[in-house]
Ligand binder design. Sequence first.
Ligand code: ADP
Length: 384
Amino acid sequence: MSDPTCGDVLVLNVGSSSIKCAVFDSVLHEVLRGGIEGLGPQATLRLGVLRRDVEACDHRAALAVLLEALDAQGVLLGNLRVVGHRVVHGGPRLTQPVRITPQVRDEIALCTPLAPLHNPHHLAAMDALAALAPDLPQVACFDTGFHATNPEVALRYALPQELADNGLRRYGFHGLSYAGLVERLETLAGALPDRVLAFHLGNGASACAIRGGHSVATTMGYSPTDGLTMGTRCGSIDPSVVLRLAEERGIDGARHLLDHGSGLAGLSGGVSDMRTLEARGDPASRFAIDHFIYWARRHAGSLIAAMQGLDAIVFTGGIGENSAMIRAGILDGLTWAGARYDPAKNSRHAPRLHDDGTLVTAWVLPAEEERMIAQAARDLVIMA
Ligand code: ADP
């Protein structure tokens, strides 16, 4: 077992109401994982087996509590060699992991209008850490970066050029997860299949066409609201519906409905959790699941067209890794594209769902965003 005192890389995933963390050693063994949820006067700290209520009213306070708890478990701030941050939005220019300098920090701040609920919190954590440990290198890894290889025709909306120049274009998300899948699939399959259809299915859900290891199309767009039916987000929707909602409920009301009251929750009457929906089995829950599967298949068809065929399908994320029913539902709708799987292997969540000799292979792989961030941070700072 790894020794927490050898923590070299701290990975931080700072969200609006939580901070998740993972600690790795320099050969990328994970030594500790946890975080603080429900930021406020009664937040919950989890670190390894430890669980306790804490006061953490803002990100700065939460980070201080987290660092103290890490210290108590042998991960000393002074011993860390680098901190890697997941940054949701890098805009059009920040597409590769990068060491955080004042210039990079300013560039991330410039992307705030693109991710108003995320980038300010990332910056708060970076600033707080810089104040506590000015000499500790920090690295930013961008969830949008993997999709920078999409062709311009995939990235642009059919809007006038000046709007695209102003940032109104597609970006795509879940990029760190997809980059991790590519690495893991190459190792497991022996060689990377050319045309990979990847599904990251969690509370947020997206799919991506990956050709030769590079993203060529993805379902999320300007924001993570687009694409598949999700836990509480609506996915693809006619913009005229958005305009009508905005007229009737105001901008904030419309945004709240589309991001927090739609998707599985909207369809089922309030339940966004796939495991709960599967267990309930009432007509509304069943319809929500059918909608999720149907639109995953529909988007899959579009992605297969974008990469002109299909050689492998990969599932990850809480639903992708754990729901045999959803994987079967999606794969059963893609037999026309050559998808085949062994139901017994699917029930076991085996990494390899297909039998030998299958032309289009199917896989279940863990989402490894934190490890990808740790690897990038280590490579940029420790191995440099
Ligand atoms: P997030 O996008 O918040 O990181 P996760 O990747 O953790 O979310 O995925 C959460 C989703 O995974 C929830 O809908 C949850 O119900 C679903 N899930 C987890 N385990 C199972 C399971 N055994 N069967 C079906 N769904 C599951």
